[in-house]
Design a protein around this ligand. Structure first.
Ligand code: PMP
Length: 429
């Protein structure tokens, strides 16, 4: 059995009695690598320490939010300060306005934005507003794209749903799922066919701007432009799910990199500085469909929470001040070069998809263009690699379908240490 230290084991045994599977989000159970998780005591910078006192260089960063590294002083000091004046009001507070101002300034397609407490709420609400605006019911999503766990979107989803081999969840009424059309990603013909047949019934396409929940898959040239033009042609909306990529791959996320203007965008992770957050926004006329202005209902007791807003704002300010994005690209390129050397020297087939600080390593030599390619890699090799790395203090995602993240707290020395471990582990496999 692959399991971390005795305190983690003890905690997990108790957790399993009290929490389904012992975890509050499935991927944390390490099922996909056949073992048990460690429990965290603390984290700082690029490192995590478990309850047994072992330290790991971390390549998850809380699954994306911690772009400055763990517990950066700018964020933790802000949280301490703001908390002294209250932690939740349920009445508008100035941080919400500043957050809305920052998001709309950084992402030009967003004229108005509403905050939520998770990415799941953001995508669920964006779908609702798209349906309300277009007065149509059908949506299109892509195989392997994960948009959180709301009913309409938990169909052929990636992330935990994929790793557990249950792309369709029990408990989602068939009648809901039927309104979600699932298409293969990077396949223009499949998209054109559906629009030709029922384009007038389609409210929206929702897409992970760069799909990162079933490996990390990049769009073929022209594919995102097609999503944009076909939705315009048929009067449907294009929803970019930038929960992972937003504020990580540049100030305006993937839409900035690709020079695209989606109708609606969803955010989360980085904009909360590690506190629970999400947001969705877009064209003013679409967003004004929301209550209390329009007929589409959407709400949240903790939405716009002052701590989450202030923590997120502090993080965003630091990110822009420190020329954070070029530095993240520099680190990513350094890591990529090293990985290439390590795998080539050992003659082990691999693929690396990387943009800036997001990367995914695949144990295969086939090109990765969609979830089918991702599934065909050597999963047993991945498992061995994962446990070998963990034992030597390197924490990569406990699943071959998850994307890794670098942070501004990572250094070239961290990356060198990591590459040395990769070399040792590959030697032993
Ligand atoms: N969309 C994407 C692209 C995501 O990666 C995630 C979470 N990993 C979500 C939506 C859901 O966000 P949350 O877990 O905050 O509900």
């Amino acid at each position: 059995m692959n399991s971390p230290g005795p305190l983690s084991q003890k905690l997990f045994a108790t957790a399993k009695e009290l929490i389904p599977g012992g975890v509050n989000s499935p991927v944390r159970a390490f099922r996909n690598v056949g073992g048990e998780p460690f429990f965290v005591r603390s984290a700082k910078g690029s490192r995590i320490q478990d309850v047994d006192g072992k330290t790991y260089i971390d390549y998850i960063g809380s699954w994306g939010p911690n772009i400055l590294g763990h517990a950066p002083a700018v964020v933790t000091n802000t949280i301490h300060e703001v908390a002294k004046s209250g932690v939740s009001f349920g009445i508008p507070n100035p941080f919400e306005v500043e957050m809305a101002r920052t998001i709309t300034e950084w992402v030009p397609s967003v004229q108005k934005v509403r905050m939520t407490s998770s990415g799941t709420e953001a995508t669920m609400s964006a779908i609702r507003v798209a349906r309300g605006f277009t007065k149509r019911d059908y949506i299109i999503k892509f195989d392997g794209c994960y948009h959180g766990h709301s009913d309409s979107l938990l169909v052929a989803a990636g992330s935990g749903a994929l790793t557990h081999g249950e792309p369709d969840s029990a408990g989602v009424p068939k009648a809901f799922a039927e309104k979600t059309i699932v298409l293969p990603y990077n396949n223009p013909a499949a998209l054109e066919k559906v629009f030709a047949e029922q384009g007038e019934q389609i409210a929206a396409i929702i897409v992970e701007s760069y799909p990162a929940n079933a490996g990390f898959v990049l769009p073929k040239p022209g594919y995102l432009d097609l999503l944009s033009s076909i939705t315009k042609k048929y009067g449907a909306l294009l929803i970019f799910d930038e929960v992972m990529t937003g504020f990580r791959l540049g100030k305006a996320g993937v839409q900035g990199l690709e020079n695209l203007t989606p109708d609606l965008s969803c955010f989360g992770k980085v904009i909360g500085g590690g506190l629970p957050v999400g947001a969705f926004g877009g064209r003013a006329e679409v967003m004004d469909m929301l209550a209390p202005v329009g007929p589409v209902y959407q709400a949240g007791t903790l939405s716009g929470n002052p701590l989450a807003m202030a923590a997120g704002l502090a993080q965003l300010k630091e990110l822009s001040k420190a020329s954070g994005f070029p530095r993240l690209e520099e680190l990513g390129a350094y890591f990529e070069k090293g990985l290439h050397r390590v795998f080539t020297e050992r003659g082990i087939p691999y693929r690396l998809n990387r943009v800036g600080s997001m990367f995914c390593l695949f144990f295969t030599d086939r090109e990765i263009v969609n979830v089918d390619d991702v599934m065909k890699q050597d999963l047993e090799l991945f498992k061995k690699f994962f446990w070998g790395c963990l034992e030597k203090g390197i924490y990569i995602a406990p699943s071959p379908y998850e994307t890794g993240f670098l942070s501004l707290a990572h250094t070239e020395a961290d990356l060198d240490d990591t590459l040395t471990v990769f070399e040792e582990v590959l030697k032993g496999i």
